[in-house]
Design a protein around this ligand. Structure first.
Ligand SMILES: Cc1cc2nc3c(=O)[nH]c(=O)nc-3n(C[C@H](O)[C@H](O)[C@H](O)COP(=O)(O)OP(=O)(O)OC[C@H]3O[C@@H](n4cnc5c(N)ncnc54)[C@H](O)[C@@H]3O)c2cc1C
Length: 480
């Protein structure tokens, strides 16, 4: 049997369940495939820096696959609709009997895979689908009544129960195959329409880079993660999100490293009586990632730009395009918001605390539809992932399940004072404010007018107190 392994967001050799299985089953070689699908990527708002990251990771994979005698083929789809037929045609042309892949849970992707399975069956090809994206398979963490959890904490507690009965061993790299007479393709260095202006050195490609990042984080920073994870000027988090999103590293590998660093114990959840440790707090974030993927799997509407709570689909959002533009560019006059948006625009990544601050500012202070922010993030983020991004946006805009209550609105100035007390993050990303002394860096309105006028920095777009009252009023009306 010859197997075609279709790489999607699992661009790694180690602990790749479908690839590993394909290599175990194959008797006549394994061929790897990646589909360049610009129309699909555009429809899904995939960022140019993310596409560039995929290509750089494929270039890293190709010689490593070649060492295992697995040639990597690249095909380009003319449209999203044609992808299943293209994969099947490629499998037939290369003499494969089966197609293997790791499952994806968003609506378009799961429909595409269902079509592939049906058409492959008609064509006499087997399909082998694996669960790999999460530590615990979506659909298997259920309430006693068999329902999907829609609140995080009980989900996390049950997730820990399921974990006990699951084999979550991280698999080694797959075994070497017998050589086959198929030549690997060149990996393109770019795809038209996805030209990235983000420095690739910020996000080096390859499994070695990802495991190096994980190793350094676990060795040097995980124990202080709980205390420092909310301070954006400190390099306190793992910055592994792009690697997890593209599957350069698996969540199981992350879990094992964290548990090992904490004496083999998971210090979170109701069974654990002490205070969560740094590693425990980090594992908790991995479980949030799973929570959102499980919800995406259970609620197709989340992939369809619908609010989890339907009543909030009737909020009379503002159409203020110039305010939205100012938010995108980091020109709102609120230093922490502007610093964060500029970090996103310049690096393809934003600190989690700041993602919450800017998302709340857009949806509450500016009363702009969360879907606009969600789309802008996807178009910019190197770690853009529908489940986590939608989860984060619906949490911040109070439209999601287990979301921030609509009346608890972050004040961007006090958030900055609390989480960036010295203004180091603001000064880094908003150079106009680099020389501002004291707490005026959090709110330049505190400077005397004359001094303020010398700064090339905008006045606040809105008055936070008034904007907050307006948002509460609008949300309360819709809710009632
Ligand atoms: C509005 C908004 C949009 C977001 N969009 C995305 C997105 O598109 N892609 C994405 O991966 N994350 C997203 N997040 C979640 C979070 O901000 C990032 O995962 C995190 O900042 C990545 O940094 P890190 O790798 O250093 O995280 P760490 O703190 O080191 O956490 C480890 C891993 O856990 C996962 N994780 C951490 N926090 C969360 C969270 N709140 N929700 C889900 N998973 C989490 C990530 O995979 C992360 O790499 C979003 C959050 C918000 C509020």
């Amino acid at each position: 049997m010859r197997v075609l392994h279709w790489f999607r967001r699992d661009l790694r050799l180690a602990d790749n369940r479908a690839l590993h299985d394909a290599c175990q089953r194959a008797t006549d070689g394994v061929v790897a495939l990646f589909v360049i699908s610009p129309e699909e990527w555009r429809d899904h708002d995939d960022a140019a820096c993310k596409v560039d990251f995929w290509l750089r990771n494929l270039a890293d994979l190709k010689p490593r696959l070649a060492k295992l005698n697995i040639p990597l083929k690249i095909v380009t789809a003319s449209s999203a609709k044609t992808v299943p037929d293209l994969v099947i045609a490629t499998a037939r042309k290369l003499g494969c009997d089966a197609i293997s892949f790791n499952r994806e849970y968003e609506v378009n992707e799961s429909r595409r895979d269902a079509r592939l399975i049906q058409r492959a069956d008609q064509a006499g090809l087997a399909t082998i689908a694996h669960h790999d994206r999460c530590i615990i398979e979506p659909g298997t963490v259920r309430t006693q009544q068999g329902a999907t959890y829609t609140v995080y904490t009980p989900f996390m507690n049950q997730w820990l129960v399921v974990l006990d009965s699951e084999d979550v061993t991280a698999l080694p790299e797959p075994r070497k195959q017998k050589p086959i007479d198929i030549t690997a393709d060149d990996i393109p260095t770019g795809v038209k329409g996805f030209e990235s202006d983000i420095d690739p050195a910020l996000w080096p490609a390859g499994e070695r880079s990802a495991s190096g990042r994980l190793g350094a984080f676990v060795r040097d920073r995980i124990s202080s993660y709980k205390a420092e994870r909310d301070i954006p000027s400190v390099n306190a988090t793992s910055t592994l999100s792009p690697y997890l999103a593209a599957g350069i590293i698996s969540p199981r590998q992350c879990l094992h490293a964290a548990v090992e660093s904490d004496g083999g114990v998971i210090r979170i959840g109701k069974r654990y009586k002490g205070k969560p440790s740094g590693a425990g707090a980090w594992i908790n974030e991995l479980v949030w990632r799973e929570f959102y993927i499980h919800l995406t799997h259970a609620y197709p509407k989340l992939s369809m730009r619908k609010a989890f709570r339907p009543e909030y689909d009737s909020i009379p959002w503002s159409n203020d395009e110039s305010a939205f533009h100012a938010w995108c560019k980091g020109q709102t006059g609120y230093p922490i918001v502007d610093a964060a948006m500029r970090q996103l625009n310049q690096t393809g990544w934003m600190h989690n605390r700041c993602r919450m601050i800017v998302a709340m500012f857009l949806t509450k202070d500016l009363l702009i539809d969360w879907r606009n922010g969600e789309r802008y993030f996807m178009r910019k983020l190197i770690d853009g992932d529908l489940a986590s991004n939608n989860g984060g946006w619906q949490w911040s805009s109070s439209t999601g399940t287990d979301a921030a209550p609509y009346f608890r609105i972050y004040n961007p100035t006090t958030q900055a004072e609390r989480f960036d007390p010295e203004g180091a993050y603001i000064r880094q990303w908003v150079p106009e404010l680099a020389d501002v002394q004291g707490d005026a860096v959090h709110d330049p309105q505190r400077l005397p007018g004359l001094l303020r006028s010398t700064l090339d920095y905008p006045e606040p777009l809105v008055d936070h107190t008034k904007a907050r009252d307006r948002a509460i009023d609008v949300f309360a009306k819709v809710k009632s």
